[in-house]
Design a protein around this ligand. Structure first.
Ligand code: DGY
Length: 415
């Protein structure tokens, strides 16, 4: 079955039609605003045919940066009643109406890639962005580290892997009985079987209420927020971003004091996420010190962060050989594996791309290529879905999705 006869054109058209003028929505209906990590991936896609537009995407993201350096996970540029929770629920007062949490920091890494693609076109842009990206990095180092130097997520939406089994134990401890009435919008756009459950959603909203009550004061939230989990997505992407910021500063002669020490701390933090019993990089609750016991696709971002692991390589080989459309967001051998439900099993093309970047950079070109070819087959056969069933390949979640189109243009579709 190959319904997608001209995926290059389709991918460009998706980016163009999701462009709202300076920023790109992930997909019409379900996600009608600018999302932080989606935006960094969108920029990579634009760079394949409009490099100026690629820079604008990242620049627009940083127009929402708070004075303390934080870059919100959603920027509500224009009110849209099709999404909940909107700016009125978050109650934030940044320069643009926004959420009060972050997302994994991909911007510095993708900006560096776009700059390397055309150094002349990018030099002024990256020089201007650099202090902003550095300020965001410093904010993360100040507010999100656990005792080991691993980076914590303070809301499941912050790690971007909303309903990953990684959070199950921490979520079960949250009392959401007083969350009140609210109306979800996501399940009016896509199949509810593909989305987080009501149990999870109540807790997502409860955590927003706790943040708002604290006025998004990070010092207060260090004690008041019941959810604080050190996670491989946040840790590996922060470490990678720090390495990219250091490389940019060295090449352009920019001041990046403290970055070397931050990288050393983050390397220790990243290693601390190795769960020897499970043989993977796992999440760890910063409150209870308990492991999550989760084999997720975030574990395979170790190479992206510049961390070698023979054991992860063996595991990857096994996954590549045993699952038709790797890498599942939750290992198929785990008892709660769910092939369609968001981050509890499905394959995400952009995670594959980041895993592939890391593999190739650390000398595992053959594995990176295998993963790329399988991702190419997945997208060219099943289209530009938000995510996919790793066994049947069938599309799930939203469609005409920005980051899947960007992954096609930058990586999967390039032979
Ligand atoms: C949602 O609303 O489902 C988003 O994933 C939040 O980032």
């Amino acid at each position: 079955m190959n319904q997608h006869t001209n995926p290059d054109r389709e991918a460009r058209n998706i980016l163009i039609s999701n462009d709202r003028g300076g920023y790109t929505i992930p997909t019409e209906g379900l996600y009608p605003y600018q999302w932080n990590w989606d935006s960094a991936i969108a920029a990579l896609g634009f760079a394949q045919f409009d490099i100026d537009r690629a820079w604008i995407e990242i620049e627009t993201l940083f127009t929402g940066q708070w004075t303390d350096g934080m870059v919100p996970h959603i920027l509500f540029h224009q009110q849209d009643d099709g999404y909940f929770p909107g700016p009125d629920v978050w109650g934030c007062d940044g320069p643009i109406p926004s959420s009060g949490i972050i997302q994994p920091p991909l911007a510095a890494t993708m900006a560096r890639k776009i700059w390397e693609q055309d150094a002349d076109a990018g030099e002024t842009r990256i020089r201007e962005l650099f202090p902003k990206m550095l300020a965001w990095h410093r904010w993360i180092m100040k507010w999100r580290l656990d005792d080991h130097g691993a980076v914590c997520t303070t809301h499941p939406w912050e790690a971007g892997r909303d309903n990953a089994p990684d959070w199950d134990k921490a979520m079960a401890r949250i009392d959401a009985s007083d969350v009140g009435e609210y109306q979800r919008r996501d399940t009016s756009h896509v199949n509810s079987e593909d989305r987080p459950t009501k149990f999870d959603y109540d807790r997502y909203i409860k955590l927003v209420q706790i943040g708002r009550q604290a006025g998004w004061d990070q010092q207060a939230l260090l004690t008041q927020n019941p959810f604080r989990v050190a996670d491989p997505t946040m840790t590996f992407t922060t470490l990678r971003a720090a390495r990219d910021l250091l490389a940019i500063s060295e090449q352009l002669g920019l001041d990046a004091e403290g970055l070397g020490a931050d990288i050393a701390d983050l390397e220790v933090g990243a290693s601390s996420l190795w769960n020897e019993d499970l043989g993977v990089f796992d999440s760890r609750d910063a409150r209870t010190k308990e492991w999550s016991g989760s084999i997720s696709n975030a574990s395979y971002l170790c190479w992206y962060a510049g961390i070698e692991s023979e054991k992860m390589l063996d595991r990857l080989k096994a996954v590549l050989a045993s699952v038709p459309f790797p890498v599942p967001s939750y290992d198929t051998s785990m008892p709660n594996f769910d092939a369609r439900r968001y981050w509890r099993g499905p394959t995400w093309a952009f995670m594959n791309m980041m895993i592939g970047f890391g593999l190739a950079e650390m000398g595992h070109e053959q594995r990176a290529e295998e993963l790329r070819v399988k991702t190419k087959e997945l997208i060219s056969t099943y289209g530009f879905a938000e995510y996919f069933d790793p066994i049947s390949g069938s599309p799930a979640g939203g469609n005409a999705f920005t980051w899947t189109a960007a992954v096609w243009l930058h990586w999967a579709g390039r032979d």
